[in-house]
Ligand binder design. Structure first.
Ligand code: NAD
Length: 354
């Protein structure tokens, strides 16, 4: 058997593919367009691994996706591919509509056509797992209860609106056509191989480079953090035992104001890689104008997943953040390749530029 992963050269998809092949012999077909956020360097250890087949392409390319489904006959599609950065969505929302909405629609249609050709047993076992975000639920105030699966969508950014739209399409393909879909809503991830435009890697790398550590507004926006391999384990669990048509929240009960996350990273770096003059990296913190429409608080209630499927995160925020900082300190080559664009030159050479 085989699974088809989309967006498996990105941060979470890349971790998922590595994690999957570390625990299973089941091959992975990995379809990724290699946008600026896709990085084959993350998958370097799989270059000669016959269980990993990388295909550079767009989820919206119906011919290519249908060919992959016909050829490899995967038992599941795990759909990570997306435009994922809120700031980029504010400045250029079109790509978010193209990939997150139209691309997901096209992928659903290809999956549905494939699923309809399967025999009865294979049809029942097939899964389309859509990886979504807690941001579709909008924002909470300080005393609101965390988001549950029953909360309505109330997205506030072009990114979250495009993800909410894709969630609705996925839901409709279950209710209208019977495609066995699963949707997960996860809180903010952190960990190895995270593109340095996102808060945690940005702070680590800017701190080491002596650059300002930008914090939006007062820095009191609260995010709920989950170590990326805990997210991967939750997805595997939902794939194995989730009820088709259901949605599952994934979160680590780790609510933190952004400014606390930044200060924690500074303290950790002060110990692990002290500055030459002995002062704290915290002196590099700079408050900048807040992001328009910035959600104040996200918090995830993951009790359904814990209760029904027995999932629990393995990492606390303290253990996960330490592993993350240590990983960035130990992997300057990965960081240099990402920041210099060297991985993109390599990908263009091997897979053609797009
Ligand atoms: P990412 O930006 O790091 O990776 C996205 C990947 O998708 C990249 O490899 C990119 O090349 C690929 N891609 C983009 N457009 C494509 C297209 N049209 N066709 C094929 N591939 C394409 O994103 P991420 O942080 O790894 O997020 C993965 C998924 O998880 C997304 O769907 C995101 O909404 C969701 N999610 C992310 C978080 C988080 O904290 N990062 C939290 C919850 C959910």
């Amino acid at each position: 058997m085989t699974i088809l992963v989309t967006g498996g050269a990105g941060f979470i998809g890349g971790n998922f593919v590595l994690d999957w092949l570390a625990q299973s012999e089941e091959p992975v077909v990995n379809l990724d367009k290699l946008t600026y956020a896709g990085n084959l360097d993350t998958l370097r250890s799989l270059r000669d691994d016959p269980r990993h087949r990388f295909v550079r392409g767009d989820i919206g390319d119906r011919t290519l996706v249908s060919q992959l489904l016909d050829t490899h006959r995967p038992r599941a599609v795990i759909h990570f591919a997306a435009e994922s950065h809120v700031d980029r969505s504010i400045h250029g929302p079109a790509a978010f509509v193209d990939t997150n909405i139209v691309g997901t629609f096209s992928l659903l249609e290809a999956a549905r056509a494939h699923w309809q050709t399967l025999g009865e047993g294979e049809r029942a076992a097939f899964r389309f797992l859509h990886v979504s975000t807690d941001e579709v639920f909008g924002t909470l105030s300080a005393d609101d209860a965390p988001f549950t699966e029953d909360d309505a969508c109330a997205p506030n950014s072009p990114y979250s609106a495009s993800k909410a739209a894709s969630d609705h399409l996925v839901r409709a393909w279950f209710h209208t056509y019977g495609l066995p879909v699963l949707t997960t809503h996860c809180s903010n991830n952190y960990g190895p191989y995270h593109f340095p435009e996102k808060l945690i890697p940005l702070v680590i790398l800017n701190a080491l480079a002596g650059k300002p550590l930008p914090v939006y507004g007062d820095g009191l926006q609260v995010r709920d953090w989950l170590y990326v391999t805990d997210h991967c384990a939750a997805i595997r669990r939902v794939l194995d035992a989730g009820r088709p048509g259901d949605t599952y929240n994934i979160g680590g009960w780790n609510e933190k104001p952004n400014i606390d996350v930044v200060r924690t990273l500074c303290r950790m770096l002060d110990t692990l890689r002290p500055r030459a003059d002995g002062s704290s990296y915290a002196s590099q913190i700079q408050h900048v104008s807040d992001r328009p429409g910035h959600d104040r608080r996200y918090a995830i209630d993951a009790r359904k997943l814990e209760r029904e499927l027995g999932w629990k995160p393995a990492e606390t925020f303290d253990t996960g953040i330490r592993k993350t900082v240590e990983w960035y300190l130990a992997n300057p080559d990965w960081v240099n390749n990402v920041t210099s664009g060297a991985y993109r030159d390599w990908a263009d050479l091997h897979y053609g530029s797009q």
